[in-house]
Design a protein around this ligand. Structure first.
Ligand code: SME
Length: 161
């Protein structure tokens, strides 16, 4: 397992993902512990992109409960269908919110966060068992490229039996 990420500076976003994706894959593929893998993925993404907040919520009963993350303290529980995270879980799809003020029901864990991407993490039965949430304090940082790569990264996470 690599101990540091190799990141070439000043590359276009897509090239950054192409560089880090295999490293994240190597980081998680030989580790079976779900929390350890989520923690390392959150850390890797925070280190590489410096987003305001990046982390996971895990499905527990009819709620999402805060999991491994990097960034300021956050809401601990989100109900099914609530906020961007709960909507992503309910609708089993990724959601890119360029401006959170325009997403009805957005849950403001931090007033600094203005833009957000939430990607579901699926189990073998195609049920959502977690979501990956990325928040930015800027309007011009997150985009569809991030969403597509975050979907690929989410696929690296296997539900722990
Ligand atoms: N904004 C999210 C809540 C989680 S925090 O941003 C970390 C939402 O609306 O679901």
């Amino acid at each position: 397992m690599p101990e540091t990420l190799i990141i070439t500076p000043n590359q276009p976003k897509n090239a950054v993902y192409e560089e880090i994706y295999p490293q994240i894959k190597a980081l998680v593929e030989n580790e079976t512990d779900l929390i350890a893998n989520m923690a390392n993925i959150a850390s890797a993404l925070k280190e590489v992109f410096g987003w305001w907040w990046v982390g996971f919520y895990l499905v527990k009963g009819n709620e999402l409960v805060l999991g491994p993350f990097q960034g300021p303290i956050a809401c601990t529980r989100i109900r099914f269908g609530k906020g961007v995270c709960g909507t992503s879980w309910k609708e089993k799809r990724s959601i890119f919110v360029p401006n959170v003020n325009k997403f009805p029901g957005h849950i403001a864990c931090s007033s600094a966060s203005v833009s957000e991407i939430v990607v579901p993490v699926f189990d073998e039965n195609n049920d959502v068992f977690a979501v990956l949430d990325v928040d930015s304090e800027r309007f011009d940082v997150l985009d569809k490229t991030d969403m597509e790569w975050l979907e690929q990264i989410a696929k690296l996470i296997k539900q722990q039996k």
